[in-house]
Write a protein that binds this ligand. Structure first.
Ligand code: FAD
Ligand code: NAI
Length: 489
């Protein structure tokens, strides 16, 4: 079998030969080395995902300490907080992505990247089966051996089994989702413009429904209404008045993670902005043209032209398959980890972080995944030191044993549990207003309005992954304030 950096090409499949793949990706195949100059082993660290957790880990990791292999079907990092701004063109998609290659290139040691998805992890034999996303003759499937695995595969949108959602609704999780929504919104506007004002089909096409009053649904509904009020109203003044944005939320209020004063403020603003907010309203069924809502005992059929579904997260298939392999994985909500982010049942070799995990008190946010990535970079550095000391101990002269053992104990004690530092939550709610629930130490600050919007903007600029992203996002905002949104598809 062909083995490179812990990778074995699976035999007997219809995939391209290893040599052919190597020809097209020569650089990707070169590992650093199996050992360090002193002869100690260099472990293989496989990182799954290129999102908030994994990229933060990579940015903070000393990549010379491991043979680092990154596997992700997405060859870029996506700055999700600004994703709701993209379907209507407030921010351009290219401004909020950063190629994985540009991140790995800047690391001190070589990092191998496979544009592939992990299909299955075998914690017993320490292997991950991956499949390339590339189509056609260069498609491959391989097994990667790992000494240490970090699972940061995020989550997929949940539908709670609501019939018709996958067939008819759009999600707002990834770049193709944002593109899909943009095309649907713009096409519907043009289709509606060709119909007579009394045609009920025109009304349906111009009904934009968002399901889920969490921050994703709220921020997108707000952006959509901004687009209608600030841009479309100039080009198509009559038609823009017919557009109706509706937000359905199953609970009694939206934005549950915010303080009451803030979600109340957002709900009042939605009323002023004429967003039709339907709380206590659960969507039970979706067809190509209608949703069925349930409010109390009342069922209602609501026509829609574009439906955006944002009702939270569910584990991905690779996480579910891993859960099934470990008896300790008893939660359907995500991979169970301990306070050092070690996967329950595979504590010696697998870490997991971010949206793919479930740990009480840690929410599926970028803030958590980011801090976990930083923490794991620190842990992996310490772990390397521990491994090295253990290697030294195995061959040590008796006189050296006490000294090495003391250092080993000190290094082991240095790995403290992960401590999350919640800095607060921010959300854009439309009409250039935002809300902020800020936590500084024990103190809490609740802010809402236009100044908070400026705070929201500056916070996200600071949080952007790279200088390039920061400049592009700032220019997008500047462009929109002078020239309006670019809504071409
Ligand atoms: P992700 O960032 O989702 O990354 C997962 C990675 O794994 C991706 O690269 C993906 O391609 C890859 N992957 C998927 N399947 C596989 C596989 N089988 N094998 C290998 N790799 C795989 N949080 C905030 O704190 N503040 C915000 O303002 C905010 N805004 C948001 C707006 C939107 C629209 C959305 C959808 C989320 C927002 N979040 C926000 C939540 C935040 O984005 C997530 O909590 C965060 O992305 C989680 O990071 P992660 O690394 O766990 O997963
Ligand atoms: P969410 O889980 O926060 O909210 C989903 C909402 O959908 C819930 O309020 C739920 O009651 C509602 N819902 C579920 N099923 C429904 C149905 N059938 N009909 C009507 N309503 C239904 O999900 P969201 O917004 O996708 O966020 C996911 C994660 O990402 C969260 O942890 C969130 O905090 C984070 N995030 C943070 C942002 C921020 O801080 N600004 C922005 C976007 C996401």
């Amino acid at each position: 079998a062909l083995k490179v950096a812990g990778a074995t090409l699976l035999a007997g499949t219809a995939w391209v030969s290893y040599e052919l793949y190597r020809e097209s990706n020569p650089a990707a195949q070169e590992p650093q080395s199996a050992t360090f100059p002193d002869g100690s082993p260099r472990k293989t660290l496989v990182v799954l995902g290129s999102g908030w957790g994994s990229v933060t880990l990579l940015k903070n990791l000393d990549t010379t300490l491991y043979n680092v292999v990154v596997v992700s079907p997405r060859n870029y990092f996506l700055f999700t907080p600004l994703l709701p701004s993209t379907p209507v063109g407030t921010v351009e998609l290219k401004s909020i992505v950063e190629p994985v290659r540009s991140i790995t290139r800047r690391r001190p040691g070589e990092v191998i990247y496979y544009e592939a998805e992990a299909l299955e992890v075998d914690p017993q034999s320490k292997k991950v089966r991956i499949r390339s996303v590339e189509q056609g003759e260069h498609k491959y499937e391989m097994e990667l051996n790992y000494d240490c695995l970090v699972v940061g595969v995020g989550a997929q949108p949940t539908t709670f089994g609501t019939p018709g959602v996958y067939e008819h609704a759009s999600f707002l999780k990834e770049i193709p989702d944002a593109q899909d929504i943009r095309v649907k919104v713009m096409n519907n506007i043009e289709k509606a413009a060709a119909l007579s004002p009394n045609d009920p089909e025109r009304k349906r096409l111009l009904s934009f429904v968002v399901v889920g009053g969490g921050p994703t649904g709220v921020e997108f509904a707000a952006e959509l209404q901004d687009y209608v009020d600030q841009d479309l109203s100039k080009w198509m003044p009559e038609l823009s008045k017919e557009i109706k944005v509706t937000l359905c939320e199953a609970l009694p209020n939206i934005l549950n993670m915010f303080d009451k004063s803030l979600w109340q403020y957002a709900q009042d603003l939605f009323k002023q902005e004429k967003i039709d907010l339907k709380v206590n309203t659960m969507v039970k069924n979706v067809t190509a043209t209608h949703i069925t809502t349930k409010c109390g005992d009342q069922l209602e059929e609501l026509p829609y032209g574009v439906l955006v579904w944002a009702t939270g997260n569910a584990p991905r298939d690779v996480s579910k398959s891993l859960m099934k392999k470990l008896d300790q994985q008893t939660s359907p909500r995500g991979l169970l980890i301990n306070d050092k982010l070690q996967l329950l049942g595979a504590e010696d070799s697998i870490y997991a972080m971010g949206d793919c995990t479930f740990y009480p008190g840690l929410f599926p946010t970028a803030q958590v995944a980011h801090q976990e990535g930083e923490y794991l970079a620190h842990v992996l550095k310490k772990q390397h030191k521990i491994d090295h000391l253990r290697w030294q101990l195995a061959d040590a002269e008796p006189s050296q044993v006490p000294r090495i053992t003391a250092r080993l104990e000190k290094a082991e004690a240095a790995i403290q549990p992960f401590k999350y530092n919640h800095q607060g939550a921010l959300a854009y709610i439309g009409s250039e207003k935002a809300i902020a629930d800020i936590a500084i130490g024990e103190s809490k600050y609740r802010l809402a309005g236009s100044w908070t919007f400026l705070f929201w903007k500056s916070s996200y600029l600071v949080m952007c992954l790279s200088f390039r992203n920061r400049i592009l996002v700032a220019l997008d905002w500047l462009k929109v304030s002078f020239l309006g949104r670019d809504s071409s598809v």
